[in-house]
Write a protein that binds this ligand. Structure first.
Ligand code: FAD
Length: 319
């Protein structure tokens, strides 16, 4: 038992960013002693992604073609079970995504594997694999190990691990598995959700507002300010709960995980449920009238100030 299998995830012809994060995490535990990293691409168009993952310092890429063009959870489940049976890896990493949630718990249960979902940290040591994940509504971090488990399957939270970079050239193997008849659903079409006008996970610059706003009318003002600054407006949960802002813009545990270059937080206290969604932003700037607000604990730049005074000054600067 050795080595790490990473399950690459793609959609609509593109490798999803979480795949690079999984490889980054896999390389880190590989360097700590978990063994070589293999990326498994299970998809009808798996070949398309080989070049991209091949360059990321992994040892092997497995191309596993599927009969149907779209992702189907039972097909991926059957393929992954076969790979685990053949390869007997110590660790399998997949994204904590809607796709993986459709098959990974079943793979773990059927195979008797160690398993943890929504994982935010992973390391390899003398005792084998260790994982961290939030507990009690993210108020605590739980540290997990997996005694007596030969293989452990982890679902890593998107945005929680640094994406892999670098160069290299892996060996590439095509694995033909008998996956015919495994699908239990028929894919009809992909449709964008009605709220799909904004994708805060792709924004480089987020102007994020919280309960400090106090008045619904201010939201439109701040959205105009965001546009002027070239930022996308996002928010903490109370503004979504109040119906002041669309749920697609919510950052945090029950919203989206974002990793912009700049996260400018106005009137957000920094509750743990908010921090888990934005603390990996490259630069965090916080404005809060309370100098003890926890958001200052993760911010590189902070101002103890009235957010409306700061907003007014920004209006002037970006006229
Ligand atoms: P508050 O905590 O009320 O903070 C408002 C801040 O504004 C204060 O720090 C105050 O000092 C400051 N302020 C007030 N007036 C001004 C002013 N004029 N100028 C400057 N600063 C000012 N929250 C999320 O955000 N995202 C989630 O996904 C999420 N998921 C959750 C899931 C669960 C299971 C639970 C239990 C909670 C979740 N929450 C989430 C809620 C979270 O616990 C907090 O309640 C929430 O993040 C607080 O939002 P806030 O910082 O905007 O409001």
């Amino acid at each position: 038992m050795s080595g790490v299998i990473v399950l690459g995830e793609a959609r609509r012809g593109e490798l999803r960013p979480v795949s690079l994060e999984l490889i980054g995490a896999a390389r880190a535990i590989s360097e700590q002693g978990a063994g070589p990293v293999t990326v498994a691409l299970i998809a009808a168009d798996a070949e398309t992604y080989v070049e991209q993952v091949n360059r990321l310092g992994v040892q092997e890429v497995l191309v596993v073609p599927t009969p149907q063009p779209q992702f189907e959870a039972h097909v991926t489940q059957a393929a992954l079970e076969a790979l685990i049976e053949q390869r007997r890896p110590s660790v399998v990493l997949a994204g904590h995504t809607i796709d993986s949630l459709g098959f990974a718990p079943a793979v773990a249960a059927r195979g008797g594997l160690g398993f943890a979902s929504n994982v935010t940290g992973a390391s390899w040591g003398e005792q084998g694999l260790r994982a961290q994940r939030g507990a009690y509504g993210e108020k605590l971090i739980a540290e997990l190990d997996f005694p007596d488990k030969q293989t452990v399957l982890l679902l890593l939270r998107p945005g929680a691990f640094a994406p892999a970079e670098g160069s290299g050239s892996a060996s590439i193997e095509r694995v033909e598995l008998d996956l015919a008849g495994r699908a239990r659903t028929e894919h009809l079409e992909l449709r964008d959700p009605p709220t799909g006008d904004v994708d805060i996970t792709k924004a480089d610059f987020l102007l994020s507002i919280g309960r400090g706003v106090e008045d619904e009318d201010q939201v439109a003002e701040l959205e105009r300010l965001a546009e002027r600054m070239g930022a996308t407006l996002s928010a903490s949960r109370p503004l979504v709960d109040a119906g002041w802002i669309d749920a697609a813009r919510q950052v945090g545990q029950s919203g989206k995980t974002v990793t912009p270059k700049v996260y400018l937080a106005l009137g957000i206290s920094g509750a743990v449920q908010h921090l888990v969604g934005m603390s990996k932003a490259q630069t965090i700037v916080a404005v809060n009238s309370d100098h003890e607000a926890p958001i200052f604990g993760v911010a590189q730049f902070g101002a103890v100030a009235d957010m409306f005074e700061v907003a007014a000054e920004l209006e002037r600067q970006f006229e």
